[in-house]
Design a protein around this ligand. Structure first.
Ligand code: PLP
Length: 397
């Protein structure tokens, strides 16, 4: 099928939650994808931080093929070998002690919200249930996670929201301190707000949240759905900041392209999730956990977090050079590792569209931030190619 045929069929039969889509992509290899008409694109969107290993990484493809020929799915009523291996691999590489597997970032955050409430009721105070989250955050699209997502545009039409969430401005410790009360049980935060505009917290902010949690007997939850798996320059984002949460959630690039999420925590907190308290039919099934074992092993063995740091710095330098060239159009460059935002003074949507027309996949977020989430496998050549496209477009503005 060509693009027009795919578009016609999709438009007719798929509910229009994603609006009109720009492309129909049919093939991917490394940092490149091809559309149904054969046009090639450099992928600096990376499946919105899913394609950390690029497209169709041979290790992940081989693991999926092998597992698909052995066992695709069994119930979580049984032990699952690749699931156990993946859990050990994750836990061996952080200070958390146990994990729960699910299918997505939103589900991982749902698990974290439920666990925080249950643990707090059992061990701290039966009345405490409220979670403080940050304005401009993004935590998912289920009812609890849109409520946690402190952006009114995601709530509109779905009210009433879930009770038990309070919002404060991001990067404002005083606001958090002023909001903590007898009902508060946890603070939920992204180590970098990606969807919210590539907002990087000030030095000391996450440390300050940790201290507030310790002083007030609260749980600190990091939503690492985008920031984990090497993207910030350490395997888990929290390791790059040196601030340890009590619960952390991951998804996106964990599976190398297959849908999987997880919530990790300490054993004494995990105990509140006893038998029958939480479950997911597909959570951590043999196919996705075999893929994730291959993805995680590859990220670790190829030291891709180090490449994320190096390439992130190279990308930022290149974009800063563009800023010198186009001071009226570029207001700034921000990010950490390979979550990088080019802050424009003009509407970013038409710029993102022109990038796509010119063979570069990227996205505009928060109206004027061009966001780059490339595979961690990129090299300087890929960055030069991407920046040259952006430069060409800005020079035509
Ligand atoms: N948390 C963060 C930080 C995200 O960026 C996202 C998705 O973009 C989610 C949660 C939700 O993940 P999912 O779409 O897999 O449910």
């Amino acid at each position: 099928m060509n693009t027009a045929e795919i578009k016609e069929m999709a438009t007719k039969y798929i509910i229009n939650t994603y609006g009109e889509r720009e492309l129909a992509l049919v093939r991917g290899e490394g940092c490149y994808v091809w559309d149904a008409d054969g046009k090639k694109y450099l992928d600096f969107l990376g499946g919105l931080a899913v394609n950390g290993l690029g497209h169709c990484h041979p290790n992940v493809v081989a693991a999926i093929r092998e597992q698909a020929g052995k066992l695709l799915h069994v119930s979580n009523l049984y032990y699952i070998e690749p699931q156990a291996k993946l859990a050990k691999l994750l836990i061996d590489n952080c200070t958390m002690e146990q994990c729960f597997f699910c299918n997505s970032g939103a589900e991982a955050n749902e698990a974290a919200i439920k666990l925080a409430r249950k643990y707090t009721k059992e061990h701290v105070d039966e009345n405490r249930h409220a979670i403080i989250t940050m304005e401009d955050s993004f935590h998912g699209r289920t009812l609890a996670t849109i409520t946690a997502t402190a952006q009114p545009k995601y709530h509109k039409g779905f009210e009433p929201m879930m009770p038990g969430f309070t919002y404060v401005p991001f990067d404002d410790l005083q606001a958090v301190e002023d909001t903590i009360d007898d009902n508060t049980c946890a603070i939920l935060v992204e180590p970098i707000q990606s969807e919210g505009g590539v907002n990087v917290p000030s030095p000391g902010y996450l440390e300050g949240l940790r201290a507030l949690c310790d002083e007030n007997n609260l749980l600190l939850i990091f939503d690492e759905v985008q920031t984990a798996m090497g993207r910030l320059g350490a395997f888990f984002g929290y390791q790059s900041y040196g601030v340890e949460p009590d619960i952390l959630t991951i998804a996106k690039s964990l599976g190398g392209g297959v849908p999987i999420g997880a919530m990790l925590t300490k054993s004494h907190i995990a105990e509140s999730f006893g038998p029958g308290t939480h479950a997911a039919t597909f959570g951590g099934n043999p196919l996705v956990t075999a893929a994730a074992v291959a993805a995680v092993t590859t990220i670790l063995e190829e030291n891709l977090s180090e490449n994320a740091t190096k390439m992130g710095e190279y990308l930022v330098d290149k974009l800063l050079a563009l800023k010198d060239k186009f001071p009226e159009i570029i207001a700034g460059v921000r990010g950490r590792g390979l979550i990088v935002g080019l802050v424009l003074t003009i509407d970013g949507k038409p710029i993102a569209t022109k990038c796509i027309e010119n063979g570069l996949l990227t996205i505009c977020t928060a109206d004027h931030v061009l966001r780059f989430l490339p595979p961690l496998t990129i090299n300087e050549g890929h960055i030069n190619e991407a920046v040259a496209i952006v430069e060409k477009i800005l020079s035509e503005c």
